[in-house]
Design a binder for this molecule. Structure first.
Ligand code: PLP
Length: 393
C-alpha cells in the first residue's frame, strides 16, 4: 500500500453520490427508479445564462482568467450581495471558485489542523465533517434537533466554544433538513461571538434564495460586529440550476481573500472563462426563472410533507427552506440506512439516509423534492406500499 498523508484515511465522502450511482445501476437494469435522492434542481439553466457562455466561447474567452475571477463577476457578486443581503462588500473580497464546495474546502483547510476544534452542523452537509477530520482538527458537532425545527440553541453553541475553537460552520437554509435558523437565534449567537474574537464563522448560505412562507434570509454578513470574521459561502448551483457548471463564490475577510486566491492558484488556477461569463449573466439578468423554480418547490413542499405524514411510522416537520424534507422514520422500525436501502431496492425510490449527514441523522431520511409533483406522488405511493408490507411482517 502506498504511504499516504494520514489525513487520507480520515477523508469521508458524500453518500448521495453513491445512492445516485446505485439508482442509475438499477435503472439501467430496467427498474423504474424515482430519484428523490439528488440535491440539485430538476430545472434547466435559464437560456440567457447558457447563451452568455456560448457567446463568451465564440468571442474567444478561452484563456486563463485572474485566479479570484474576472472583474465583471466579482463586481456582479458585490452588487448581488448589496441587493439581496443589504450589505456593501468590496469586490476585492470576493473569490470565485468552481462550486460552493471549494470555498468549504479552502476555509476548513485554512483553519484546521491538529489541536484545533471546528464546530459544524450535524446532521449537515457531509463534507464539513469529512474535511475537518482530513485536516486532523477535532470535529465538534452542533446538534440540529427535530424539536427545534432543525435549528440550534445559540446558548449551547456558545457554551461549547473552547480556547481551541477556530471556526464555526453554519448553514441556513440547511441541507439535509430544510431547517432555517430564526433571526433571533442568529442575533443571540452573534452577540455571544463578540466575546470570542478568535472564532471565525463559515456561513454556508447557498440556499438563501429558497425560503418559504415569507421568511427572509438572515445573512451572517449583515452583522458589522463580526463581519470581519465571516466567510460567506454562496454560489450559482442551486439558485440558477447550475450544479454541473461548477461555479461558486465567497466573501472573505480582506486578508483571507488573498490566501483563498493563493489556494486557488495552487489548486485550479481559475474557473473556466465561459462559465464566469454565464455567472455574470445569471446575477445581472432577469430573475423570473428563479422565482418560477422556487414557487414550484414551494408547491411540492406541501405535497411531500403531507404525503410523508400520511405514511405509516413516518412524521415530517414542515421545512422552511431549500428543497429537502427530513422525515423521522423511527416509527417504521427501520434504521436510517435500512430505510434508504429498502426504499431504493424494493420501492424504486432513491432517498438518502439521515446518517449520511452525521450521527445525529439516525432515524431520519432525506427526501429531495427537486422532482416533478407527479413523480413525488408516485414515489410516496410506492414507499407507502412498502411500509405497509414492512409493518405487516
Ligand atoms: N453547501 C451545501 C449546504 C450544499 O448542500 C451544497 C451542495 O449540495 C454545497 C454547499 C455545494 O455546492 P456546489 O455544488 O456549488 O459545490
Amino acid at each position: 500500500m502506498a504511504k499516504l498523508f494520514d489525513g487520507m484515511a480520515r477523508l469521508g465522502t458524500e453518500t448521495a453520490f453513491e445512492v445516485l450511482a446505485r439508482a442509475e445501476e438499477l435503472a439501467r437494469s430496467g427498474q423504474d427508479i424515482i430519484n428523490l435522492g439528488i440535491g440539485q434542481p430538476d430545472f434547466k439553466t435559464p437560456p440567457h445564462i447558457v447563451e452568455a457562455a456560448v457567446r463568451a466561447l465564440r468571442d474567444g474567452h478561452h484563456g486563463y482568467t485572474p485566479a479570484p475571477g474576472i472583474p465583471a463577476i466579482r463586481e456582479a457578486v458585490a452588487e448581488d450581495i448589496a441587493q439581496w443581503r443589504g450589505v456593501e462588500v468590496d469586490p476585492s473580497r470576493v473569490v470565485v471558485v468552481p462550486g460552493g464546495k471549494v470555498t468549504m474546502f479552502f476555509a476548513i483547510v485554512m483553519f484546521g489542523g491538529p489541536g484545533v476544534e471546528i464546530m459544524y452542523p450535524n446532521p449537515g452537509f457531509p463534507i464539513y465533517e469529512s474535511v475537518i477530520n482530513f485536516t486532523g482538527a477535532k470535529a465538534v458537532p452542533i446538534p440540529l434537533l427535530e424539536e427545534r425545527d432543525f435549528s440550534f440553541d445559540a446558548e449551547s453553541v456558545l457554551a461549547n466554544i473552547t480556547p481551541a475553537t477556530r471556526l464555526l460552520i453554519l448553514n441556513t437554509p440547511a441541507n439535509p433538513t430544510g431547517g432555517v435558523v430564526p433571526k433571533s437565534e442568529i442575533e443571540k449567537l452573534v452577540a455571544g461571538l463578540v466575546d470570542h474574537p478568535d472564532v471565525y464563522v463559515l456561513s454556508d448560505e447557498i440556499y438563501c434564495r429558497m425560503l418559504y412562507d415569507g421568511r427572509e434570509h438572515a445573512s451572517l454578513l449583515a452583522y458589522p460586529e463580526i463581519a470581519d470574521r465571516v466567510i460567506m459561502l454562496d454560489g450559482w448551483s442551486k439558485t440558477y440550476a447550475m450544479t454541473g457548471w461548477r461555479l461558486g463564490f465567497a466573501v472573505w475577510p480582506g486578508k483571507l481573500a488573498e490566501l483563498a486566491t493563493r489556494l486557488a492558484i495552487n489548486c485550479h488556477s481559475c474557473v473556466n472563462a465561459p462559465t464566469q461569463h454565464a455567472g455574470v449573466a445569471a446575477l445581472k439578468g432577469p430573475q423570473d426563472a428563479v422565482e418560477t423554480m422556487v414557487s414550484a418547490f414551494d408547491k411540492r413542499r406541501s405535497v411531500v410533507v403531507e404525503g410523508l405524514n400520511a405514511l405509516p411510522g413516518v412524521s415530517c416537520r414542515v421545512p422552511g427552506g431549500a428543497f429537502y424534507a427530513f422525515p423521522n422514520v423511527t416509527g417504521t422500525g427501520l434504521d436510517a440506512r435500512a430505510f434508504q436501502n429498502r426504499v431504493l431496492e424494493e420501492a424504486g425510490v432513491a432517498t438518502v439516509a439521515g446518517t449520511s449527514f452525521g450521527a445525529f441523522g439516525e432515524g431520519y431520511a432525506r427526501f429531495s423534492y427537486a422532482n416533478s409533483e407527479a413523480n413525488i406522488r408516485r414515489a410516496l405511493d410506492r414507499v407507502g406500499q412498502l411500509l405497509a408490507d414492512v409493518k405487516a411482517t
